[in-house]
Design a protein around this ligand. Structure first.
Ligand SMILES: Nc1ncnc2c1ncn2[C@@H]1O[C@H](COP(=O)(O)OP(=O)(O)OP(=O)(O)O)[C@@H](O)[C@H]1O
Ligand SMILES: [Mg+2]
Length: 228
């Protein structure tokens, strides 16, 4: 891990470095490009109180990232957290573009990138299930891809133990919904589900149900994210 040289204010050119900003949090890349900072935005008193008892969402994210890595899942680790004037700041090492950015920018239309990217998505889904992990927020925006083409999970605060088949369906549904929303084709989705079927017997019925729904739409090619 690169040396972390401290939290800095938001950089001068927000259009270039801010990934998102809303009432919940602001997320940006540092000027040197090495780090991503998430600053939680909700009520400061609640942040201080939850931080004192160890239940701040940022602390949870940090703990879950460690726990999942201990199960050999590829998860970006929190490098440092700091409570500044009632708001928690969390730093992670910058990895690379998110799957959301890649799919939205047409990476799946490039034949050299398509199968490796879909294979990384299938790999993550089957590894989560194998590790008995229910990651409620398993969506393209929470997957980043490093310079070697390896996908890693971020924002894993919502990860829990997997306790039912319907949770597998929820994870796969969200993945497919977000793929369609960012412009992936039904064929891309069917390919990723086929790969998941091959890799994870536990995903079989959830994957087959979604495949059935998507195949019903193939002729017209009218699948929408809401359809699932
Ligand atoms: N370590 C990282 N490397 C590369 N990009 C990152 C990294 N962390 C976050 N990002 C980018 O910032 C975006 C938002 O980050 P993150 O998912 O942590 O916040 P969020 O979902 O908005 O937060 P929350 O759900 O807590 O409000 C990601 O979709 C990704 O594009
Ligand atoms: Mg996120």
């Amino acid at each position: 891990m690169k040396k972390f040289d401290g939290f800095k204010p938001i950089d001068a050119d927000p259009a270039k470095c801010v990934f998102k900003t809303d009432a919940r949090s602001t997320v940006w890349q540092t000027a040197d490009g090495n780090w991503v900072i998430k600053r939680f935005g909700h009520n400061r008193i609640r942040q201080i109180l939850s931080w004192l008892i160890g239940l701040h969402p940022g602390q949870r994210e940090c703990r879950r990232a460690r726990a999942l890595a201990a199960q050999e899942l590829p998860v970006v680790q929190v490098a440092k957290t700091r409570l500044i004037s009632g708001r928690l700041w969390v730093a992670t090492e910058f990895v690379g573009p998110s799957m959301q950015q890649l799919v939205a920018s047409g990476a799946l239309r490039d034949e050299r990138q398509r199968l490796p990217l879909l294979s990384q998505l299938a790999d993550l889904a089957s590894r989560l299930v194998r590790a008995n992990c229910f990651f409620r927020d398993f969506q393209l925006a929470n997957i980043v891809v490093d310079a070697n083409g390896h996908a890693k999970l971020i924002d894993v605060g919502s990860a829990r133990g997997l306790s039912s088949e319907s949770q597998i369906s929820r994870m796969l549904n969200l993945l497919i919904e977000t793929m369609l929303k960012e412009g992936a084709t039904i064929e891309d989705c069917l390919t990723v589900l086929g790969m998941i079927l091959e890799r994870s017997p536990a995903c079989e019925s959830a994957a087959r149900r979604i495949i059935g729904t998507l195949q019903g739409e193939v002729e017209q090619d009218t699948a929408t994210p809401a359809m699932l």
